[in-house]
Design a protein around this ligand. Structure first.
Ligand code: NAP
Length: 248
């Protein structure tokens, strides 16, 4: 039986585990997907040695910390600096671990479907792992990216610096912070929502709840809104393809 695994902490629930175990059962695939909530990244070495390991996911807080333990990085994962999928294969009789970032694939593919020609500039809220993958994906779609952070850095604006004009001139707004995620559903990024127009596209990486307060503000202004569910499904589909594609 092939084994798939996810590392992260805390890891009480996993979308990927539920999705893949249901797929294995439905499609009579002889495989199992298990959760490994590890408290320290060094513990990943024990999991990498599992005899029938065929593929892994990596989640918070190890998407960056896992990189030194891998043999190779796919180009996008290296550019983003974060890995959420590991392909396990053999090379010269040795186990070979290659890291990928499929968050960017899930985001890019879901975004591509809803973009309009006037969507050229984006504000991305937050500067963590999701923000890095999303910003990279936006640039691949030829969209200019301005990061917004609670902390002033060379390449970021703070929330206090966001004028109504800046919001009007950036018709894509992406929430890549945890603000608004269940159970704190009354939170949203502190911006001037009165500056939103029907030309705006609001994308939230969060998928629980399915319509965050951020997206509700967008809907109220007549903007296009999209939650993170298709990004989540897209990253899992891409992971399955990577685990099953032959590479030499
Ligand atoms: P993360 O690495 O913890 O980063 C989140 C960023 O949000 C931080 O770097 C921070 O940026 C900002 N932030 C954190 N707390 C904040 C607060 N109280 N107020 C304002 N800003 C705050 O998390 P992540 O992995 O990037 O995930 C972010 C969100 O995306 C989560 O809700 C996660 O569930 C979601 N996500 C969804 C998918 C999907 O497939 N749909 C995939 C990955 C992540 P600054 O310090 O610069 O302000």
């Amino acid at each position: 039986m092939k084994q798939f695994a996810i590392i992260g902490y805390p890891l009480v629930q996993s979308f990927s585990a539920n999705l893949f175990n249901a797929k294995f059962e439905r499609e009579h695939i002889d495989a199992h997907y298990d959760l490994y909530p590890i408290q320290h990244i060094e513990e990943c070495k024990g999991i990498f040695d599992l005899p029938n390991l065929a593929g892994m996911n990596v989640t918070i807080p190890y998407k960056q910390a896992v990189i030194p333990y891998l043999d190779e990085l796919a180009e996008e994962a290296a550019a983003i600096g974060a890995v959420n999928v590991i392909k396990v294969s053999e090379r010269n009789g040795k186990r070979w671990l290659k890291g990928y970032n499929t968050d960017v694939i899930g985001f890019r593919e879901s975004m591509r479907l809803i973009l309009k020609p006037y969507h050229k500039q984006a504000l991305v809220f937050g500067t963590g792992g999701a923000s890095k993958a999303i910003s990279y994906g936006l640039k691949q779609l030829s969209i200019g990216v301005q990061l917004v952070s609670r902390t002033k850095k060379a390449d970021t604006l703070t929330y206090q610096e966001l004028t109504a004009d800046i919001i009007r001139n950036h018709t894509i707004l992406v929430n890549a912070t945890p603000l608004g995620m269940f159970p704190d559903t009354n939170d949203c990024v502190p911006i001037n929502y009165n500056a939103l127009t029907p030309d705006h596209l609001l994308y939230d990486a969060i998928y629980n709840p399915d319509k965050t307060l951020f997206l509700q503000h967008g809907e109220h202004a007549g903007a296009t809104i999209k939650n993170g569910l298709s990004m989540l499904n897209g990253q899992a589909r891409a992971a399955w393809q990577i685990w099953n594609q032959y590479e030499n």
